[in-house]
Write a protein that binds this ligand. Structure first.
Ligand SMILES: Cc1ncc(COP(=O)(O)O)c(C=O)c1O
Length: 449
């Protein structure tokens, strides 16, 4: 058996954690089979418990934009650990990282550090409600913002016919009373947004969006749509939250906000900001952020917030990203271009005679393999545009790639991440392996049933 040690660990894990995991997608349920247990990572490689090496296109779901165990980050964590791991008191490390970030984000005046993206979003929602004195939150179908109750919501059954209806809980345990204050709208639909604003006008506290939605595939939005959200929300005194937990420090240091110069009221960060350790943050103007306790009335706190090890890791990682005028981002852009070109040259021609094809969707170092009917070439911008057969094709590709030493997200709806430890040869290996796999896959969609 190839994965003997992983299998043994998996058996043990079943008796310890619900479903064997500490976060559901790790269980491989949507691609089938058993997960491999990762023992270590170095650069762009991870090694599993049985000693198999993989080129890692997951990068821990985004934080590891510099690859695994980058020397400077490891050194910073080691040196911080020697001075003590947590004090529950103010430290220089948090001021250093906070200043470093604010100096480079011209649109933010204040930050608060928390321990995860979920926590950052939870705080952002409370802040928006606290400031506006309103209750309703608008989110978009296909955007994920962590496992906050208010956002574990799906479109209510009437939504397709009458936009702006109240949502339903998408998980047991989420009180209906809470999601009653959430509206779930389709992406890429300004009219639906207008209708919601009109219907609930002065009850809406905020609208939250991943400006580059990367949790139901990569649903690239038109700039005009995001711009429209900003202007019409402002006209109704509705606050706008950009959830940049994935896109922050990835689409360039200043994320989507800086790249597009489209500035929301509140921004949430996570992942890259902690250099691989658990950090989230909320950022905004002094006026908005100062509503947080102790300066303002909106309560928020955390025993381990601004943790010195995490701050040191974050500072080391962000310093690397900011060095040489952001050379890391130029490098990632080159890798992304290489991927796009190799994909167009090697993969696209394979689909000339098929009734389905793979589309590479990409923004900077984020990419997604989207499965389309051959006739359908428009950009996928909404969840409902994702083809039903995607999960089945992806499951086959995922396992074949894993066998060939390429680690991808274990779900068709998750994106891939390039990191600076990657070389062009890794991209070429990715494409040549995918090519071999696709050549063996059924030529007709019906073959996946
Ligand atoms: C856009 C976005 N927001 C929030 C979160 C939640 O972050 P965390 O998993 O750190 O709680 C995620 C996690 O993937 C995310 O992608």
């Amino acid at each position: 058996m190839k994965n003997k040690k992983s299998h043994k660990l998996w058996e043990r894990a079943q008796n310890v954690f619900p479903g064997g995991v500490n976060s559901p997608v790790r269980a491989f349920r949507s691609v089938g089979g058993e997960p491999v247990f990762i023992a270590q990572g170095a650069g762009t490689y991870v090694t599993d418990a049985d000693g198999h090496e993989y080129v890692d296109f997951l990068s821990s779901w985004g934080p590891l934009i510099l690859g695994h165990a980058p020397r400077k980050v490891v050194k910073a964590i080691r040196s911080a650990a020697k001075r003590g791991s947590t004090f529950g008191a103010t430290t220089r490390a948090e001021v250093d990282l906070g200043e470093f970030i604010l100096d480079r984000l011209p649109f933010a005046e204040r930050l608060r550090f928390v321990n995860s993206g979920t926590e950052a979003v939870m705080t952002a929602l409370r802040l928006a409600r606290g400031i506006t004195g309103r209750q309703i939150i608008i989110k978009f179908e296909g955007c994920y913002h962590g496992h906050n109750d208010a956002l574990l919501a799906k479109a209510g059954s009437g939504l397709l016919t009458a936009t702006g209806n109240i949502a339903e809980a998408s998980s047991p345990g989420v009180p209906e009373d809470i999601v009653r204050n959430t509206l779930v709208l389709p992406l890429d639909d300004s009219a639906a947004f207008d209708a919601a604003l009109k219907k609930y006008a002065d009850q809406i506290a905020c609208v939250i969006i991943e400006p580059v939605p990367a949790n139901a595939g990569l649903l690239l939005q038109r700039r005009a749509f995001i711009e429209y959200l900003l202007t019409s929300a402002r006209a109704h005194k509705v606050l706008v939250i950009f959830d940049e937990v994935i896109s922050g420090f990835r689409l360039g240091f200043t994320g989507y906000t800086g790249r597009e110069n489209l500035i929301p009221d509140i921004i949430t960060y996570g992942k890259i900001i902690g250099g691989g350790l658990p950090v989230g943050a909320i950022a905004g103007s002094a006026e908005i952020m100062d509503a947080l306790a102790p300066k303002g009335p909106v309560y928020q706190a955390g025993t381990l917030s601004g943790n010195p090890l995490a701050m040191a890791a974050g500072l080391a990682a962000l310093s690397e990203l900011a060095r040489h005028d952001g050379a890391a981002y130029s490098y990632l852009r080159d890798l992304a271009t290489h991927l796009r070109r190799a994909f167009a040259a090697e993969i696209e021609p394979l689909f000339a005679a098929r009734d389905w094809r793979i589309q590479l969707v990409q923004d900077e170092s984020l990419f997604w393999l989207s499965f389309r009917k051959a006739a359908n070439s428009e950009t996928v911008r909404t969840v409902t545009a994702i083809e039903g057969f995607s999960a089945k094709v992806y499951a086959q590709i995922f396992h074949a790639m894993l066998d060939a030493g390429i680690y991808l997200a274990p779900s068709a709806y998750e994106v891939g991440f390039l990191n600076t430890a990657m070389k062009k040869k890794h991209i070429e290996y990715f494409v040549s392996t995918l090519k071999k796999i696709v050549q063996k896959l059924p030529e007709k969609i019906s073959g996946f049933n």
